[in-house]
Design a binder for this molecule. Structure first.
Ligand code: FES
Ligand code: FES
Length: 156
């Protein structure tokens, strides 16, 4: 055969049936096959966090995840976070607190922040910095990013 495998992915509540190379990453699959380019490719080797998505509600690095390994699981990308026309509260907080400059790291920052807030891991500025340390911002917007996450945590 051609070495490809049939994979059924559930991305942002849509079922997608794809024929894939079993070595292809979730990152390349959402960007190149599904056109979901909000998830960014920074380092492509697990060191920047730009590719952060959720699998069954937990954050994962899509560049280190094989697409075939998430068959049957719930994948959420930044495009699946807003509900209708309403931004997710974390998206709104990043706008309100100027939590980005060039924006390259932002979808990964937001996906990480949503997960750590949900897990109750964002109680203090120190803890936020610690649990968000895998999300690198080359623009150095860390202060506003922490402020945005704190604001959502405080509102919960
Ligand atoms: Fe995945 Fe950098 S692109 S961690
Ligand atoms: Fe530019 Fe973070 S806003 S890399």
């Amino acid at each position: 055969g051609d070495g490809l495998v049939d994979v059924e992915l559930r991305v942002n509540e849509r079922v997608e049936r794809l024929r894939l190379d079993p070595r292809v990453t979730l990152l390349d699959t959402v960007r190149d096959r599904l056109g979901l380019t909000g998830t960014k490719k920074g380092c492509d080797r697990g060191q920047c966090g730009a590719c952060t998505v959720h699998v069954d509600g937990r954050r994962v690095l899509a560049c280190l995840t094989l697409a075939g390994s998430v068959t049957g699981k719930r994948v959420t990308t930044i495009e699946g976070l807003a509900r209708g026309s309403a931004l997710h509260p974390v998206q709104q907080a990043f706008l309100d607190h100027d939590g980005f400059q060039c924006g390259f790291c932002t979808s990964g920052q937001i996906m990480s922040a949503v997960a750590v807030l949900r897990e109750g891991q964002a109680r203090s500025p120190e803890q936020i910095r610690e649990v968000m340390s895998g999300n690198i911002c080359r623009c150095g917007a860390y202060g506003p990013i922490v402020d945005a996450i704190r604001a959502v945590g405080a509102a919960d």
